[in-house]
Design a protein around this ligand. Structure first.
Ligand code: GLC
Length: 431
């Protein structure tokens, strides 16, 4: 039964957490390679790593109340630093002033709040000497380094297997394993990209399944299967039936903490992206990059909590829903659950909204935010329409109806002022 990944299908909204040594540099999680910092020099960040304000339970509570249903934590990013006490490396959190196994603290805290647990694991490693230098590597332009470090991918593959075994045996049930990433198509002057052969993707996949058979895997091992993970853009269409996918997005265009980057999405944009993705059958994963002291920061906290407030009222239209088979009016998105059809109005229209294909099919309509009735007209109740000025409550008049109503449609009668923030949801109960 678990194979159906119900938690993922119904959860819809996930939280990504990017946290590592790059959180200290505070200028993007790719800082090491963007600035071509040698592995040796990069190690200095270890000396200063001590997130003293980090409260794992607080993070988990915050995530829960912001409406997230699962979390994906960067156990180890491309910089190669492990957030747990790995016996296969000294480049780990256990060797910093923090000293504790942060991954364990986080996994325990999030699990206690009932969130699904995902672990992000980088296939790249810019710190180890056995990982061969390629065009993404910070030392790509240092000929001496490249000569002295030919790399040994066989040894690196074994290292990954050892670490994955640790991650999938020491932290209880993990719901989702998130590899990042394959780039075998890339070519540089002196190197080519890496893909399934370099990682032994099939071997890694088999190992993960052997250790935790119920687990969900993403698609970045490059094997053409797993959860599709388009990042930083909105799909124009969903995927083929049965294919799981999630859009992963940053709040400000950087995954790791990026102090001077204030290019934040508004809560409204986040809600709209979430709605749009879910209406196409995908999940939406939003990222937070906590700072070096372990705080999410005011901007991220504010945006995510506002999205959370919206979900508090409108979550029925998101969690557990699927795409709907009806033609949607302009600037709207549908989702569906049983007899409920949820109409998300992205841009509030004046007074009326015509819903194609729903004539005679709607039993009741209401605003999800406050449960209030939304009156509507369709072929069935045309005789009730306001003919003269005798019913001033009824804002939709014969003129509106004659002008635009075709019997295959339903016409909603909307208040002039948009009743909810960001995106107003109208719940239609179908007959
Ligand atoms: C990319 C980046 C990485 C980020 C990831 C999230 O592959 O390399 O920094 O963690 O996307 O999707």
């Amino acid at each position: 039964m678990e194979e159906t990944f119900q938690w993922f299908r119904t959860g819809k909204y996930g939280l990504f957490i990017h946290f590592g040594l790059y959180s200290i540099a505070a200028r993007h999680e790719w800082v090491q390679t963007l600035e071509e910092i040698s592995p040796k020099d990069y190690e200095k960040y270890m000396d200063y790593f001590n997130p003293d304000l980090l409260r794992p339970k607080e993070w988990a509570r915050q995530a829960k109340s912001a409406g997230f249903r699962y979390v994906i934590i960067t156990a180890r990013h491309h910089e190669g630093f492990s957030l747990w006490d790995s016996e296969y490396s000294d480049f780990t959190i256990a060797h910093t002033a923090y000293g504790k196994d942060l991954l364990k603290e986080l996994v325990d805290a999030f699990r206690e709040e009932g969130l699904g647990i995902g672990l992000y694991y980088s296939l790249l490693d810019w710190h180890r000497e056995d990982f061969t230098v390629d065009g993404f590597h910070p030392m790509r332009n240092d000929e001496t380094y490249c000569k002295e470090h030919p790399g040994d991918m066989e040894s690196y593959r074994q290292f990954m297997k050892n670490q994955i075994r640790e991650l999938l045996t020491k932290y209880g049930k993990i719901d989702y394993f998130w590899f990042d990433f394959s780039y075998e198509g890339r070519k540089w002057k002196n190197s080519v990209g890496k893909g399934p052969k370099d990682w032994d993707s099939e071997g890694l996949e088999a190992l993960v399944h052997e250790l935790q058979p119920h687990i969900l895997l993403n698609d970045r091992l490059g094997l053409g299967r797993g959860v599709q993970t388009p990042e930083q853009f909105a799909r124009s269409q969903g995927a083929e039936e049965g294919q799981l996918w999630e859009t992963v997005q940053t709040l400000n265009n950087s995954w790791g903490y990026d102090r001077d980057n204030h290019n934040y999405k508004t809560p409204e944009m986040v809600v709209k992206q979430l709605v749009d993705t879910v209406s196409k059958g995908g999940n939406f994963v939003m990222n937070v990059g906590p700072n070096a002291r372990g705080e999410w920061g005011e901007e991220a906290t504010e945006i995510l909590s506002q999205v959370g407030e919206w979900l508090q009222k409108n979550g029925d239209s998101i969690y557990g829903t699927t795409p709907a088979p009806y033609t949607c009016p302009v600037d709207c998105r549908y989702t569906k659950k049983g007899k409920k059809l949820y109409l998300h109005v992205m841009s509030w229209p004046f007074r009326t909204l015509l819903l194609p294909e729903l004539g005679g099919k709607v039993a009741f309509a209401r605003l999800l935010a406050d449960g209030s009735e939304i009156r509507f007209v369709d072929t069935k109740n045309l005789p009730d329409r306001r003919l003269d000025n005798d019913n001033l409550y009824q804002e939709v008049t014969t003129a509106h109806i004659d002008e635009s109503l075709d019997p295959s449609m339903v016409m909603l009668n909307l208040p002039v002022k948009e009743p909810d923030k960001f995106v107003t949801v109208i719940e239609l109960t179908l007959k």
